[in-house]
Design a protein around this ligand. Structure first.
Ligand code: KIV
Ligand code: NA
Length: 269
């Protein structure tokens, strides 16, 4: 079986919904691979995986290492890597060098970058040089300081127009898709209808061509609070907590390990 390709993802628009999740490490990626069409190695790993307050400090090297782990552990899903903050905003040439690292060293099939119309030239520069780009508009976590926190975007008519124009600019620049995060539902619907490329929503609209969520949020691995737009599909957190308690208790009660778990055991004693 062949891996889902970027052109295949594009062809799903109007045919079937795209199901995507984030993945940062091999054991989780392996479990998700067959179920979804796309795995995003998100810079959300800064917050989810490294317990940082925002996504700003993760580096290209770290993103490439996580991307390589996810690619090695999977064979089905199309793997897209996030371009981290500061790795693409300076110039199209800077963006190309770092995106190339995520493809060459990480093995990603494409990159995702956050930004409005100002970044459309960068999208075009990458796409014309062989790097598929997934644009990300609306709530852009790398703009946390300009937004003044993580909050839904496009609530005024003017702000909604701007986000539609942002999505349009990236589509015209050759982006293969657009992630719509944290925007009003009607706007998500409108952008999806306006573009010929797929929209992938997270806190956007059921009308989007696909959906993505942070995997830890759907598995019960991100604490008690999950965003309004997420749903807990399983409580793996409870399973893991219980396993750790059972293990610790077995060690203390000396019911684990047994001689079955040991090397060079002398028999007949
Ligand atoms: O980093 C991330 O996980 C993302 C998705 C939630 C879209 O950008
Ligand atoms: Na991200």
């Amino acid at each position: 079986a062949q891996r889902v390709t970027v052109p295949q993802l594009v062809s799903f628009k109007g045919e079937r919904k795209i199901a995507a999740l984030t993945a940062y490490i091999a054991p989780i990626a392996r479990l998700l691979d067959e179920a979804v069409d796309m795995l995003l190695v998100g810079d959300s790993t800064a917050m989810v995986g490294y317990a940082l307050p925002d996504t700003l400090s993760i580096t290209v090297e770290t993103m490439a290492a996580h991307t390589a782990a996810v690619v090695r552990a999977t064979h089905h899903a199309c793997v897209i890597a996030d371009m981290p903050f500061g790795s693409y905003q300076q110039s199209p040439a800077q963006a190309f060098a770092n995106a190339a690292t995520l493809l060459a060293n990480g093995g990603a099939a494409g990159v995702k970058l956050e930004g409005g119309q100002a970044l459309a030239d960068t999208t075009r520069f990458l796409v014309e040089r062989g790097i598929p780009v997934l644009a990300h508009v609306g709530l852009m976590p790398q703009y946390v300081h300009t937004m003044g926190g993580f909050k839904a975007q496009g609530m005024s008519e003017a702000a909604a127009r701007r986000i539609l124009d942002d999505a349009r600019a990236h589509a015209q620049a050759g982006a293969f898709g657009v992630v719509l995060e944290g925007i009003s539902e009607p706007l998500g619907r409108e952008i999806t209808a306006a573009l010929q490329i797929p929209t992938i929503g997270i806190g956007a609209s059921p009308a989007c061509d696909g959906q993505i969520l942070v995997t830890e949020d759907i598995l019960g691995l991100s604490g008690d609070r999950i965003p309004k737009f997420a749903r807990r599909f399983a409580d793996a957190g409870q399973v893991i907590r219980q396993a750790a308690q059972d293990y610790a208790q077995s060690v203390r009660e000396e019911t684990f390990p047994t001689l079955d778990h040991c090397f060079g055991v002398r028999t007949g004693r």
